[in-house]
Ligand binder design. Structure first.
Ligand SMILES: [Zn+2]
Length: 317
């Protein structure tokens, strides 16, 4: 097993906070740990690349079969209107835009509507979205942003880059932020949004808030810090829970310069106290689901044994 290294402060001392379970991937127990030097929450041990690919594939197949991605034309721009209100994008000079994990490209479509002539680019791995992007006249890259040196395949500098609810999914968030800073133009701006690990309003923590497809849980200080460590300096950072189940952190970043200096507090005590209280208060709700998961896995094993017995009875040695 790889040794623990915190992706925010690179230190190695951690404490187990909680196990977590998912009704979707029932057979596995995951562990959330907290770094004692900075208070960052993450999944440890991290699943291997192969295992994580499997988890993601399974997770989104099930998730989209229950709730397909919305195509409601009245609400498809809501999150982008929100972005527009959060910063003075109207007066920001933008020629080239890159949306990372663009989906069908609604963010790009929205910006084009607001700003007029723009060169649109997207990084999107889900092939079913490619025709939509092509239709919009958008250039797209089939790149895995969780792998090193992906910026080498891109010879454009971007004035505006979007990374919305993606960083928390990555096995290597530092690599991705580092590569983003490389393709950002000198005066460019990056918009990054992540869930807020100090702004949880939902009830179930260890069977719903913590989920197998999120490997990192940022609070505001540690989000700022990981961006800072990767040459991105904030112009604006804030949290918001408007129209959301849980609060999210959003930031607009530019390239860091030599004179940008920041010190960061250790959020360990605050974060560990907060998350343990949330888990404690909602324990019964989680427990009900954990029992259901256990029964489900027991049934799977029971049926398998029954099947095995039937085969053996039919084919005795
Ligand atoms: Zn740390």
């Amino acid at each position: 097993m790889n040794k623990f290294t915190c992706c925010v402060c690179q230190k190695k001392i951690y404490e187990l906070v909680s196990n977590f379970y998912s009704p979707i991937i029932a057979k596995k127990k995951f562990e959330i740990v907290i770094c004692k030097s900075c208070g960052h929450l993450s999944v440890y041990p991290k699943p291997s690349l192969q295992e994580y690919n499997r988890i993601n594939k399974y997770w989104y197949t099930i998730k989209f079969s229950i709730t397909p991605p919305s195509s409601d034309p009245t609400s498809k721009f809501d999150r982008w209107e929100q972005m527009w209100e959060r910063f003075d994008l109207k007066n920001t000079k933008i020629n080239t835009v890159l949306d990372i994990g663009s989906g069908q490209g609604w963010g790009l479509e929205f910006l084009k509507k607001k700003k007029g002539r723009l060169k649109l680019y997207a990084i999107e791995q889900y092939k079913k979205n490619w025709p939509y992007l092509e239709n919009m006249g958008c250039h797209f890259f089939d790149i895995n942003i969780d792998e090193p040196n992906w910026s080498q395949n891109i010879n454009v500098k971007f004035d505006f880059i979007i990374l919305r609810h993606t960083l928390e999914h990555l096995r290597n968030p530092n690599i991705c932020l580092q590569e983003i800073s490389k393709v950002l133009s000198l005066t460019g701006l990056v918009y990054i949004v992540v869930p807020d690990s100090l702004g949880i309003n939902q009830k179930r923590i260890s069977t719903s808030y913590f989920r197998p497809v999120h490997l990192n849980y940022f609070n505001k200080v540690n989000f700022l810090r990981i961006c800072y460590n990767n040459n991105l300096f904030f112009k604006l950072i804030n949290t918001s829970s408007t129209n959301l189940k849980n609060s999210e952190i959003y930031g607009f970043f530019r390239k860091k310069t030599q004179s940008d200096k920041l010190e960061f507090d250790n959020t360990y005590l605050k974060q560990v106290g907060y998350i343990k209280k949330k888990i404690r208060v909602n324990y019964i709700d989680d427990l009900k689901i954990i029992i259901q998961i256990k029964i489900k896995s027991f049934k799977i094993i029971y049926n398998f044994l029954k099947f095995l017995k039937s085969v053996l009875v039919k084919n005795p040695k």
